[in-house]
Structures are given as C-alpha cells and as structure tokens.
Design a protein around this ligand. Sequence first.
Ligand code: ADP
Ligand code: ZN
Length: 434
Amino acid sequence: MILNKEMECMSRDELKALQSERLKWQVKRMYDKVKIFKERMDEKGLKPEDIHGIEDLAKLPFSYKKDLRDYYPYGLFAVPMTDIVRVHASSGTTGKQIVVGYTKNDLKIWSECMGRQLAAAGGTSDDFVQVCYGYGLFTGGLGAHDGATYIGATVIPASTGNTARQIQTMVDFGSTILCSTPSYAMYLAEEIKKQGLVDKIKLKAAICGAEPWTEEMRHQIEEKLHIKAYDIYGLTEIVGPGVAYECSEQSGMHLNEDHFLLEIIDPETLEPVKGDVKMGELVFTTLDREGAPLIRYRTRDLGFAKVGTCKCGRTFIRLSKPMGRSDDMLIIRGVNVFPSQIEEVLLKNPEGITANYQIVVDRVNNNDTLDVFVEMDPDLFADDMASIERLQKQLVEKLRSVLGIGAKVTLVNPNTIQRSEGKAKRVIDKRKLI
Ligand code: ADP
Ligand code: ZN
C-alpha cells in the first residue's frame, strides 16, 4: 500500500518545485541560525538569496561528520532547546557519538517516513509490529516504533536481547512484521527453524536495515521464515531509519525525496557522478528538518540511484543497497575490499556453512593478512576432516576470484562466533588497533 500517494507518486516537476521551495527556506533559516553554516556561506561569498532552487545546490558548502563532533552536543541545532523534544545519538560504529535533535514536527515527519516503509511492506492497523531494534539513543527502536504507531499498527516494543523470549513473544503475540537488523533477523530465523516453530509464527515481513547486507542474506531470511524481507536505509544525522525504503518490487529503496535531497559525488574530485547506476558517495540535504538540519552532508556511504517510475507507481528515485561506507572499505595489500563482497561469496555457497562469519585483518611482517572465519553447519561439523578441508579450499578459490587477493578461510565449530543483537561486528582490523 502507498501511505501518502500525493507525495510518493508526485510528478518529478512538482517534486522539483517543492524541493526548491524547501531548500530556499532551509538555507535562509540556517544562515540566520547556524553559525558554522553562515561562516561557510560567507567564505564562499554566498547569500541565501543566491539560492533560487535545487539547481543551485552545488554552490552550497558541504557538511561533515566532523562538524557534528566539533559542535557536540547541540552546536548545530537550528532551534532553541525549548523546541527540541527529543535527542538521539549515533550508535558510534565509527568513533565518538554524535547527537541530533528533533522538534515535534521533525518527529512527525520521521514517523511518516517509517510509516511509508511499513505500508510498503503491507503493514496496516491490523498488524503486530515486533520492534527488535535497540531502544534508547540509537534511532532504530524508537524510529520503527513511531512508524508503526503512525500507521495504527499494534507495536510490540521488544527491543534487543533474550532471543528465546523474542521468539516466544513472536509466537504468543502473533507478530506479523519484524523490525530488526538483518544479522539479527538471520539469527532469529535460524533459531526459529531449529526449534521447529516456522509454522507457529504469523510473520509476513521483516524490515531490516542499519547495516550492510547482501541479496544472498535476504534470500536466506525469506526462505527460512517464508516471509518477504525489506531493506531500509537511514542514518542518525539525516533522521534515522526511513530515509529510504523498499517497496514490494524490492529493486532499490525509494528515497523520501520530499524531505531529503540526494546528490551522488565522486569522493575524490567532489564532482557529481554522471549517469544512472554510477556508484559514488551519497550526500544528503535535509529539506524540512527543523531541529538539526544539514546541508550537503557527506555520509561516506557509497551507492547509486535508479531514476524512473517504479512498477509500484512511486516516482521517488531508488537507492541501491549501499556498499557500506567508504570508511568500511578495507585496503588489503593495496586492493580495495568491501566486507559485503566476502559475505556474498560465503552466502552464495551455503552448502555446509552458516551465515555467521568474522573477518580479521592483520599485518604480519609488513604484509597484510586476511582471515575469514565461518561457522560450519552441524552436518558438516559431523562430517570427516577431508570434506571440511575441501570446502575451505573451495571458498579460498572463490574469494580469490572475487577479491583478487588471497584469503585464509577457517571453518569453525557451530555457535562459536559471537552473535550480535544490534549491528553485527563482522570486521576486526587489528592494524587499526596498534
Ligand atoms: P553509526 O554511524 O554509529 O553506525 P547509525 O545508526 O546512524 O550510526 O548508522 C547509519 C549507517 O548505517 C549508515 O550511514 C550506513 O552506513 C549504515 N546503514 C544503514 N542502513 C543500511 C542499509 N539498509 N544497508 C546498508 N547500510 C546501512
Ligand atoms: Zn517501488
């Protein structure tokens, strides 16, 4: 279902006009209210009147995660604290936490963005939405919660932890939609299958985001639970989950373009990446955010966008699965490696292994090493050593052909790699720890 047809299916011309109006409004108020923004505009000799519409976006200064750290906690807010009704902070995956603030209206917009995702996944007021994202400063829990409330569904605010109880709740309360990280959805799926409860659950959809995951992982979650799994993208700085959401076509995530304006740039030259389906860094402008607005925010996330009306009828552009952040990219022996490439190889070869893995990068005698630890499934574990070694060898070859460098693969005993209830910690780069 489409929650807000007027916006989600708006013609591109109308959308451009709306974005232009909102951009002018945002630039003007930020110039008056956010010191660093005014300073950067002044440095460029720019006045708010120089921005006539979105065609002038590229004239405006970029903003960075560092700004949120330098002006921590409230220095970038564009309203007095009396108007801020909630704060959230990033989960701190890449360093010191950053803080963002929301006005009442910001929360309303965010809830609707999340509501659009739930509706796109078939959610209505008849649904029971089990939210297994963490509640707290992290945006996942409360974001999904407010979105479910927005569409009038029954929220089950389970939060993270205690998997046995999560499953019992899912069965007893009749949860129909699960919101969690993909890695936790996968873990739940394994447990539910193992306990023979697949027929006892009423789940029809899972909404998974907050970390990179592959198509292979999606297939496995869908297959194990007999549901549809939707990808949702967001980041604390922009609003939280719900910046972009997937429809039933599952071919990219519709960006909520009435609120967020996207540019895709080459992170080296900072020039726009030309053409459809070209990878670059995602840069967002929050068009109507009041509390903690950002202009041309460089996310470090790498992805591309597809334009053109989707079969679902929505006109919003579709974002590819972000490859992960440019900060996540590992440079191993001079070769760029994304953890998602490794996951894809592993999950494409599921015979004998599970989706639980960990990547360890180290430097020994000035040479980078790449170790991939993967849990075996119990059947292989019970098998002879020769079959285990054969599979290890096959995986090494497959990884070499995809990554272009050698990796060591070790198949480890079932249930020995730590599970995560929030974002999975897949990579340990020991070179950074020195
Ligand atoms: P932190 O920066 O501490 O991890 P956030 O919770 O704000 O805090 O994380 C946002 C980041 O999570 C995004 O910038 C992106 O890298 C990643 N992310 C969020 N959703 C997805 C998704 N669906 N696919 C891939 N990566 C995602
Ligand atoms: Zn669509």
